[in-house]
Design a protein around this ligand. Sequence first.
Ligand code: FE
Length: 133
Amino acid sequence: MSDGNQEEQWKEKLTPEQYNICRGKGTERAFTGKYWNCHEDGIYRCACCGEELFDSDTKFESGSGWPSFYIPLKGENVAEHRDESHGMVRIEVTCAKCGSHLGHVFPDGPKPTNLRYCINSASLDLDKEAKKK
Ligand code: FE
């Protein structure tokens, strides 16, 4: 399968906003996504491939307007990449399984990790059933 076909499949599966963010490394405007102020229990999965990425237990109030977590559910499920775009040096985080852009991780989070995973709501899909089992 060519890359072109893969891109067409993402376009069919995702909303235009999700496609822009997840496949085009875009960013939703702060305080506009569906999860920044969400306090429900569950597992946040990759909106593109369903991989388990973050646990609601590790979500915290960052004040940034984006859903924020202090640790991934499984470290190996979230990949890190040096990002020098927009005149800054940041660490981009992506879904390790499908490569979708999630957001960035910053060293100003709460204990115990002091990390802040600043994630686009559009990249996530909250599975409310996952923690009831
Ligand atoms: Fe994924």
